[in-house]
Design a protein around this ligand. Sequence first.
Ligand SMILES: O=C(O)CCC(=O)C(=O)O
Length: 399
Amino acid sequence: MTLARVTTLLHDDGRGDGMDGGAMMAGAAMAGPAARDSNGALAITSVIPPQDPVGDVPVKPLKAYPRYRVSVEEYVTFRRQGYLIVKGLVPQEDVDELVRHSEDLMYGRVEAPGLEAAPADASPRELERRFLRIHMLHRVLEVHERFLLHPRVLDVLEALIGPDVMAMQSMFFLKFPGGDGQGYHQDSYYIPTAPDTLCGAWLAVDRADEQNGCMYFTVGSQNEPIYPTEGRERINHGDALGDLSVVENVSHTDAAVNTLSRVAARYPDQEVAAIMEPGDVAFFGGHVLHRSHRNHSTDRFRRSFVGHYANARSFTQWGYGDGDPAGTNHKHILARGDTHLPFGLPRFGTACAANTPSLRGVGGGAGAPMMATMADGDMLTTAPMDAERNDPAAHDHEE
Ligand SMILES: O=C(O)CCC(=O)C(=O)O
């Protein structure tokens, strides 16, 4: 089946996206002047606003990577824990490129529309503390688009939430020494999709550990619903869950005011520090409670590149001003597989399913193979009517 509508990534009404991570909490800014966090450190979250449409962009061929095949054990681990760390998924030379790029950003050697320029009189220390994190740089910088669509990351997403994968958000964390963390939150609260298939992919650029503010996941909490704050009660679950309580101050680092901590408390001793080496990627579903603490080191950054993705057949109204009743799928990039929904194209031409028809359905993601599977097997016709064939014990004898 082909697509109803294909467009380039378009501009919107100029509001910030419904950003993951409580970016609008204290200290956040829209690529604006630096704010101070609760400890007085300079800490800004910049959000690159939507960009004007671009014309035809030539497709950039992919660097060749060996395909990563997810094992059944990894798949089960992702479901059982709510997250999965794939060690060494992204090659060191790619990570090195991000390290160099992060320094170019910090020291003002790279400029980008929507990104605050480096003040000429700033000291190196001040420059290094200008950005805690920057959202949506893939809208303006080719390197970020390339990492958002990194084939090895998509290989894993294809198995975990695919086969059809839509790339929605990019975040680049610089998290300098002393940089603040982010309290308990659930990503699907910020980026709702229906069906809810959201998944983050957190690529470690530096080693991340307890000292420099690594991620923590609460195992078991992936089975919780999304807890709304006041005014957002119907966004994720409608009114289907009768006793769903409202929480307050999600993402706040003070667990005493962030009442999601009460949900976390149902999983005593189940919070795991995600200690990661450069090139490791943590995949985590949209419901799992997670957080990170301040970077307590005096001389270590904790850089990471994070993409957020959903199954490309999930409808979304997220981003680009939110709330468009027609949805915003046409603004998000079809990374793998295919979809019956509209989709966006990568602005810089990074090869992916959206701009390379031959990549559609890579790994079996296209609509046609799915239909073929149904037609090939007789399960749709015979099995539901045949009680014996539906009995697993009977199967043992049959084969
Ligand atoms: O890296 C961090 O400190 C927080 C990241 C996060 O919560 C996310 O990517 O959803």
